[in-house]
Design a protein around this ligand. Structure first.
Ligand SMILES: NC(=O)c1ccc[n+]([C@@H]2O[C@H](COP(=O)([O-])OP(=O)(O)OC[C@H]3O[C@@H](n4cnc5c(N)ncnc54)[C@H](O)[C@@H]3O)[C@@H](O)[C@H]2O)c1
Ligand SMILES: [Zn+2]
Ligand SMILES: [Zn+2]
Length: 378
């Protein structure tokens, strides 16, 4: 079938993107779903900083590609072997294509599936090859999703069925911001009631982590950012206090220690900067853990003083997709949302058509937007 999609051919173009147009709207060919695959009509897709990092050229991906990994839509066709979804079902898309067979998949860590990782690095679906092309030349898939387009063909494992009464605009955010931010708190950090949490970086993912911290009963919940508007929003979704990080690592850590009787047990890094990570590590109390989910440039380094790490039992752990098993965790998070405990609609800053996607990434890059929702059908 033919459809419109936003293709990136070259990364590292200068801002403003409205002028340099890293994303170009093309009429693409999309092959039908093969074994275990599904054709989904994309109804809403979120603009995430991970896409921006690819546009900036600090996170390399096979090019050309159709970006986008956070979306919700409607099943339009199922391929052979798909028996548990049907045309018309609503789904939220997931950026890991778990194979179900590897060591990680069979030991409860399907979000770290090795086969999925290798397919992503090649720009392919886990079933092998690409379904996207332009004038006979293949176009790569991004994260097995590629949702900055009107339709996507994905592996069955790249989606979770949704109740049909949830708006696509809210549902889309569960695919990355919510699964990562809430998962970081509940699954990776395993925050318990009364424990002190600080969240560094209050974008879509960090604000989801603040909501998750509230859900977990954390206290205090300290939101850290460089922007006052983000800190105000953090208070409206559960932060009990905020700290402006523009004063540098030492001042930020000192302010957090003042607010938390000497430091936090959980510092959640979601700014995607080494500065944020430094401040997170410096804000720990003895026995505290940094949960690192922000994605810094691929070649960035971070210094640790090993002596103090041992003496104070500081811990540092990575977090990918909130350590979630999407089929198990997504329905739980959707239930919390339906109970009013995850007001994800507060993360939305406007909607845009495909034709304005470059302007949307300018707004994400300058920090003036949280989650903008792309409506590929207008
Ligand atoms: N590990 C994963 O599975 C995963 C999934 C999704 C996103 N991510 C990453 O999470 C990060 C956040 O994504 P997002 O879409 O919410 O980004 P965003 O751009 O919406 O938000 C980032 C926020 O960090 C703030 N910030 C910048 N420097 C800071 C500093 N030194 N201290 C405190 N705050 C600072 C910015 O003002 C902004 O509000 C990105 O690095 C993204 O790539 C990781
Ligand atoms: Zn994302
Ligand atoms: Zn696997």
């Amino acid at each position: 079938m033919k459809m419109q999609g936003a293709v990136i051919y070259e990364t590292g173009k200068p801002r403003p993107y409205a002028q340099s147009t890293p994303l170009i709207i093309e009429t693409l060919d999309l092959d039908g779903p093969q074994q275990n695959e599904v054709l989904v009509e994309i109804r809403a897709a979120g603009l995430c900083h991970s896409d921006l990092s690819t546009i900036e050229g600090i996170r390399s991906r096979p090019l050309p590609t159709v970006l986008g990994h956070e979306a919700a839509g409607i099943v339009r066709e199922v391929g052979p072997g798909v028996t548990d979804l049907k045309e018309g079902d609503h789904v939220v898309l997931v950026f890991v294509m778990s194979c179900g067979k590897c060591y990680e998949c069979t030991t409860g860590r399907s979000h770290l599936c090795g086969a999925s990782f290798e397919s992503k690095m090649k720009g392919e679906l886990i079933g092998g090859g690409r379904r996207l092309s332009l004038n006979g030349k293949p176009i790569n898939h991004a994260g097995g999703v590629s949702c900055f387009a009107q339709y996507a063909v994905l592996d069955r494992a790249s989606m979770v069925k949704l109740p049909s009464d949830i708006s696509f605009e809210d549902a889309a955010l569960f695919g990355c911001a919510v699964i990562t931010g809430v998962g970081a708190i509940i699954n990776t950090a395993k925050v318990k009631p009364g424990e002190a949490v600080a969240v560094f970086g209050l974008g879509g993912v960090g604000l989801s982590a603040v909501m998750g911290a509230k859900l977990a009963g954390a206290d205090p919940i300290i939101g850290v950012d460089l922007r006052q508007d983000k800190m105000t929003l953090a208070k409206s979704v559960g932060a009990t206090a905020t700290v402006d990080a523009s004063g540098g690592t030492e001042n930020t850590a000192a302010a957090i220690k003042d607010l938390s009787h000497g430091g936090v047990l959980h510092a959640i890094e979601l700014s995607g900067t080494v500065k944020g990570l430094e401040a997170a590590y410096a804000s720990l109390r003895p026995g505290g853990t940094v949960t690192l989910a922000g994605l810094t440039p691929a070649d960035a380094k971070f210094e640790i003083a090993p002596y103090m790490m041992a003496a104070k039992e500081f811990k540092l752990q990575g977090c990918y997709m909130g350590s979630c098993s999407a089929p198990d965790d997504m329905p739980k998070f959707v239930d919390f949302y339906r109970q009013g405990k995850l007001p994800v609609y507060k993360l939305r800053t406007g909607e845009l058509p495909l034709s304005e996607i470059n302007e949307g990434f300018d707004r994400l890059a300058d920090g003036s937007a949280v989650r903008q929702i792309l409506k590929p059908h207008g």
